[in-house]
Design a protein around this ligand. Sequence first.
Ligand code: GLN
Ligand code: ZN
Length: 600
Amino acid sequence: VGPVTLLALSKQADGSSTQPLEHLDAVVESYISVLEQLHAAGVEWVQLNEPALVADLAAADDAALAQALQSAYRRILAAEKRPQVYLTTPYGSVRKGLDAVNELQPEAVQVDLSVGTLALDPSYLERVAGLKSHLSAGLVDGRNVWAANLRDLRAKLETLPGASVTTSVSLQHVPHTVEAETSLPIDVANWFSFANEKVREVVALSSGPLAAPEAYAQADRAVRTRAESARTHNEAVQNRTAQLPEGEVQRQPLFAERNEAQKALGLPLLPSTTIGSFPQTQEIRAARAAHRKGTLSDAAYVDALRDEVKQVIELQERLGLDVLVHGEPERNDMVQYFAELLDGFVVTENGWVQSYGSRCTRPPIVVGDISRPQAMTVEWARYAQSLSEKHVKGMLTGPVTILAWSFVRDDVHQSVSADQLGVALADEVRDLEEAGIDIIQIDEPALRELLPLREQDRKAYLDWAVRSFRLVALEAKPTTQIHTHLCYSEFGQIIDAVAGLDADVTSIEAARSRMELLEDIDDKFHSEIGPGIYDIHSPRIPSVAEMAELIRAALRNVPVERLWINPDCGLKTRGYDETEASLRNMVLAREEVLSSLVPA
Ligand code: GLN
Ligand code: ZN
C-alpha cells in the first residue's frame, strides 16, 4: 500500500485532533528507508498501490489527495537508492491526481480501464494515453466474472502505444478458476472467466489475435452465445419492467396515514423484536450438508428445519418479545438463498472469494433477466405464524443487497437488474400478505456498500437503489408494516437515502457508536426506528443497565412512540446460550425504561 492511501484510509484514534494525512512526511521517511533496503537486497521493481486516488473521501478531497501524492512521491522518486516504482491506481479513474502523476513520472503506472470505470468516465482512455510513464493498461476487469471481449479490449490497447496489459484491480475479488466448476450449465460455463482465466486473457491481449487466434475465437463465441441466449433475455420480464413508471415511485397512502392504519396491529409502546436470524447451529449446518449430499431426504430436511422454527418461536414467546421471526434456519446465506430460487442466477460450487477477514462467500452470478418462478419464503412464514398469536415478521433480502453480494451483469446497467428484483420481491410481498403476514422486513445492509467512490456518481446510484426498494413495497397494503434493516455504521452520507426508502420501521446498527447516528436524524426521517441496543458481533452478554441506558439515550432523539427495541443485527453467528441471555436482558431493559416513563 502506498503512503497516501495508507494514511487517507486510516482513522485517527479518539481524542486526537491531528488528521492522518498530517503524518505523511514521517511515513514517507519510513517508505524511503524500506525502499532503500529492498534496493540493497536486489529488488528491481516495487509496486505501490494508491487506490485512494480514485475516490472522493470525506477526509481529503481530490485536490488534497493530488497534493499529498505530489509531496510524497517527489521525495520517494528523488531517492537515489530505490527500486523502480510501479504505481497502481485501481477501482476507478484518477482525476485531479493525473496531472501530478504525469509530473512525477514514476517508471510505470497502472490504470483501471475496465468497462465499468470507462462508463463513469468516458474520456479516461484518452487522458491516460498522454502519460509519460510506462502505462500498464488494466483492461481485463478484475471485479467481475465475465469472459472478456478480447477484440474490443485489443482495439482499446492499440490506442495506447507502448502500453502493456494487466487487470483493472487485483484478482482477490474473483474465484480461482472456472475449471473447478463441474456442474455449470454447459452453455454458461464458457461465458465466465475467473482468476486463472483472466491471467490468460491478459496474455492473449498482449500477444494479439495473430499470435493467439484460438483465444480470440473462443472469446468471440462467448460474446455471441451470451448475447443470443434465452438465459440472458427474458421477454416477459422485460415487458413487465417496461411498464413501470420511470423515476421515483411512491407507495400509497403516505407514511402518516399508513402509520395510523398500522395501529390496528396492536403493538405495545417500545415494541421489541429481533433482526431475523437465530443461531445457525451445528445441527442445522450438518442437516444442510447431508441434504446437499443426498443422504438426508427433502422431507427429513424440511422436518428438521420446521422443528428449529418451532423452537425459535417458543423461545421468543418465553422471552416475551413482541414481534417474532422464524429465525431463517433454511437460509445458507441471505443472498444465496434467494439467488437459488430466482431465475436469472447461477450459483457456483467452488467460487469462493474473501468477504471480510477470514470469512469467505460464494457470490451467485446474475446471468440474465431475473424473475421469480414461485414463492420463496411464504411456507416458512406461514408455518411460523401458525405457531403464535403474536405477529411474525416476513423476511426478505432487498434488491440492492442481492446485487451487491452477487456478481452482476456487464451487458445491462445494474438498475435494470434492480428493477427486475424489485418487482419479483413485490410478488413475494403480495404472497406473504395473502398468507396472513402483516409485518414484512426487507433487509438492505449493503445500501452503503455500493455507494460510488466519486461524489458525482452517488446521486444516480442512490436514485436507482432507493427506487428498487420502493418497488418491493409499492403495492403493499397500508396496514402491512414494512420494516427495513441496515447494518454497518457511518450512515451520515446516506441518511437521506435511508429516509427515502420510506419504510414504516427502520432498524440500524447503533450500539457500538453509542447511538451517535441518531444525531443525523432529522425531519425527513419519518419512519419508526430501532437503533440496535446490543452488539451481536461479540459473544458478550450486555447487562440490563447498559441497554436501558442506550434506550434512554435513544429517547433523547426519538419520540417514544417511534422507538423500537432490537439488537444490532441478525443472530446467526451467535450461540444459543448467549443469545437467550442477551435477549432476556434486552426485554428487561425495555421493561425498566417503560416503567420509568411518566404516563402521558
Ligand atoms: N435478516 C438478516 C439476519 O438477521 C439480516 C442480516 C444482515 O443485516 N446482514 O441475519
Ligand atoms: Zn444487519
